[in-house]
Design a binder for this molecule. Structure first.
Ligand code: COA
Length: 154
């Protein structure tokens, strides 16, 4: 199976907004339409964070969504993975892990990113285990009501 990340564009955004998680997972992640709206504006924290939203595609079919943001001037983490979801029909097939691995490869190739942040609901054990297996470590802090985890790249 070929798994690819494609930037959100005028052509694909509608299809990506149709992807959904299970009902019991909805509190773990914002909708894709919310994330795509959010991606247009970024946010300010120690300078400006730019957002990069992508569709996750398996053999050409949209199956999920991942969005990261970058602020090379940030003292703590210069990349932050803001959103990850795999549609309920496609979960448990390795797609979430592949989307994370591909995103981290992009980060590893960029010398300006020394550390990567991510956050999740404290009771989202699937996400926590996935990120821990990729090397993210919890420093014991919260971002709002979510647990922070950090991956040191260099
Ligand atoms: C978290 C999420 C993106 C994972 O995507 P996925 O494609 O289902 O995950 P993968 O198939 O790549 O599996 C990743 C790991 O999670 C495990 N996993 C996936 N679904 C699981 C489930 N329902 N129960 C237990 N373990 C599960 C897999 O066994 C795998 O572990 P392994 O690689 O050590 O065997 C997906 O479950 C999801 O969209 N959840 C709802 C939204 C969410 O929580 N997003 C993250 C917000 S921080």
């Amino acid at each position: 199976m070929s798994i690819e990340l494609h930037p959100v564009t005028a052509q694909n955004w509608r299809a990506l907004t149709k992807l959904q998680v299970r009902e019991d997972q909805q509190e773990f992640v914002a909708s894709n339409v919310y994330s795509i709206a959010q991606s247009q504006f970024g946010f300010e924290n120690e300078g400006h964070w730019d957002f990069y939203p992508f569709g996750v595609y398996a053999d050409g079919e949209p199956v999920g969504f991942i969005m990261y943001c970058l602020n090379y001037g940030h003292s703590r983490y210069q990349g932050f993975i803001m959103r990850l979801m795999v549609d309920e029909r496609f979960q448990g097939k390795g797609l979430g892990r592949a989307a994370m691995t591909q995103t981290l490869e992009l980060f590893r190739a960029d010398e300006r990113i020394r550390e990567v942040g991510i956050s999740y609901e404290p009771y989202n054990k699937v996400a926590q285990a996935l990120y821990a297996s990729l090397g993210f470590v919890e420093p014991g802090e919260m971002v709002g009501d979510e647990t922070l985890a950090i991956l040191k790249l260099r």
